[in-house]
Design a protein around this ligand. Sequence first.
Ligand SMILES: C[S@@+](CC[C@H](N)C(=O)[O-])C[C@H]1O[C@@H](n2cnc3c(N)ncnc32)[C@H](O)[C@@H]1O
Length: 244
Amino acid sequence: MAPEVLTRTWTFLTAMASSTLRSQGQAGDGREKELLQHVLAVAEKNPQSVLKAIDQYAQRSWLMNIGEDKGLILDQTLSDRKPKSVLEIGAYVGYSAVRISSQLDQPGAKVISLEMSAENASITRQVVAHAGLSDKVDVVEGILKDKLEDVTRLLHELDCKTFDFVFLDHDKEFYLSDFLILKEHGLVGKGTVLFADNMKIPGSPIYREYVMKTHVDDFDTVEHKTRFEYLRWLPDSVVISTCK
Ligand SMILES: C[S@@+](CC[C@H](N)C(=O)[O-])C[C@H]1O[C@@H](n2cnc3c(N)ncnc32)[C@H](O)[C@@H]1O
């Protein structure tokens, strides 16, 4: 294995073993702050350059972004749906917020990006600002059940009743419960696209069961088998469901 692949694999394993990854959304060794410094130092102030700088950093220090391979599936899904209102749950360092918001071409379209970690929310705001996209991304710090009022207000400010696109990329245990909160409060509806990342690693069995088995008639669902972020030898998948 090339030294860079070894370092990347090692930093993936240390992140997975870290006690802070699940509780605080960070790998525990300061890589997220270092990534921010890297972006500010090397990236030009545009989305493509910012995404390139993050992907470049993740080649040596693994980051839990959607990454390049699954990012292409995300791009295609956005291009098909052309959303005006996007809810992202799980911002991390802002990679997907930049990737999604840079592709929104509907007038007034926005990403509302929900992130439980204050540090990650702050990094995301700075990364998004460096990409020149602050007017297209509202970062909300917290978790859905506590931030429903903010999320609903921001959605209504876009003149939308339901989200056109929901990107689920947070704690996999919350994919289903957060979808059910959105459903209960009428924030998703016919035509809403649910894009669920990491459906193989680590996977979300109860969400999968819901959209692909117990409530299969409520959705048009496709699963794309693909590669895990920055570690192409590991398989992963994304599940894309359109609410009927
Ligand atoms: C896989 S990362 C997100 C990666 C990002 N979407 C990207 O592709 O660039 C998961 C993020 O979700 C956050 N998170 C975990 N549970 C959450 C929850 N219940 N609500 C909001 N954010 C959460 C973590 O702090 C972490 O930053």
